[in-house]
Write a protein that binds this ligand. Structure first.
Ligand code: KG4
Ligand code: ZN
Length: 349
């Protein structure tokens, strides 16, 4: 655990959220600011990298100043600056990294380039008392992986998506059914009023060995089912399709996570926890399934609060605190990384 009195400023700009947070080693978030670019990207039905980078550039300095003012701290009170160094949309990552380096060099502070995925992976330890090793389902707009988290910078990947990420599939299905952007929350809301028996969709990878995922075929199946509708899409059609899609994702995720739990229990008999992170972890249906699954396997299920499931800067500051505690910092010539796998042994797969 980090030194309780250490204080780190965290910066996140890898996708469509511009965020800054000041976090203390005892887990207290002293201040945080988050600006979502949803309205900027909504007309395009997805994140446009150039628009994202420009928006980060326009707002980041102000957000950092506001966060520091709210924390009532000067830069001399900080122990380090942590920033997402990748993976992500490179223009945005560059804005964050440049800004963090400038602050670090002007104020003579240690600089930490945090892997965004490690931020998600460790976010649970900011809010909950979860010890290593734990099994992590990282399920977001850009990723869908099952990992054993053994410690800071120590991960073993058990499985990953072979094509789309789960959140990406939610976003695409929302677009196809006219449910809008961002897709995840819209699909979840619509699904609540949907008939689960109306459409039958496949369960890609279910029943297969291993822990990999695939969502591209599911998305295509949704497209074909929609194409076969005799009339123009109604609100009820969209709700029924959202329900069928969400049920399929929940089934597949439960199946794959079930396999991962078996592997985890065998490989780490002392492990006690199943943890979920990433934006899709906000989904209540998925959470309920994972809670049951963990209980059936004798594991304790933990999900960070919703605001720390989606992209945020507190998790970056926290990962920075954890890394600082191991004595690791990064050089100021660190280069932003558009790709940066957590488990380098599994990187090529
Ligand atoms: O972690 P995140 O904020 O960004 C990435 O690093 O990808 O995740 C965003 C993703 C989006 O695809 C969004 O549609 C999805 O998380 N999401 C959800 C829900 N809320 C957000 N998916 C399903 N159900 C939700 N309630
Ligand atoms: Zn993320």
């Amino acid at each position: 655990m980090p030194e309780p009195s250490s204080i780190v400023l965290g910066i996140e700009t890898s996708c469509d959220e511009t965020a800054a947070a000041v976090v203390r080693g005892d887990g207290v978030v002293l201040a945080e600011r988050l600006l979502s670019q949803l309205d900027d990207h909504r007309p395009y039905g997805g994140v446009v990298p150039e628009i994202a980078a420009r928006a980060h550039l326009d707002h980041l300095d102000r957000l950092i100043a506001e966060t520091m003012a709210e924390a009532n701290l000067g830069y001399e009170a900080l122990d380090a600056i942590a920033v997402t160094g990748g993976p992500g949309l490179i223009g945005g990552v560059m804005v964050g990294v440049m800004t963090a380096k400038a602050i670090a060099s002007v104020h003579g502070l240690p600089f930490l380039a945090v892997n965004h995925l490690e931020g998600h992976a460790l976010s649970v330890r900011l809010t909950d008392d979860v010890a290593f090793p734990y099994l992590l389902l990282l399920i977001s707009g850009g990723h869908c992986q099952l990992l054993i988290v053994d410690g800071i910078g120590r991960f073993q990947r058990l499985g990953t998506t072979l094509d789309d990420a789960a959140g990406e599939a939610f976003d695409k299905v929302a677009k196809m059914t006219g449910l809008g952007y961002p897709g995840g929350p819209a699909v979840e809301q619509a699904a609540a009023a949907g008939d689960p028996a109306r459409f039958t969709l496949p369960r890609p990878m279910k029943g297969r060995k291993g822990c990999d995922f695939s969502f591209a075929g599911l998305k295509t199946a949704v497209r074909h089912a929609l194409d076969r509708l005799p009339e123009a899409l109604t609100e009820q059609d969209a709700a029924d399709m959202a329900r069928a899609f969400q049920d399929s994702v929940a089934d597949v995720v439960a199946d794959r996570t079930g396999n991962a739990i078996d592997l985890f229990r065998e490989a780490r008999p002392n492990g006690r926890d199943l943890v979920v992170a990433g934006g899709v972890a906000a989904n209540q249906v998925l959470r309920a399934r994972l809670t049951d699954l963990a209980a059936d396997s004798g594991l304790h299920f933990t999900a960070p609060p919703l605001k720390y499931c989606t992209d945020n800067a507190a998790m970056i500051a926290w990962a920075g605190l954890e890394r600082l505690d191991t004595g690791v910092t990064d050089p100021l010539d660190f280069k932003p990384r558009p790709r940066w796998p957590l488990d380098s042994a599994a990187a090529g797969r």
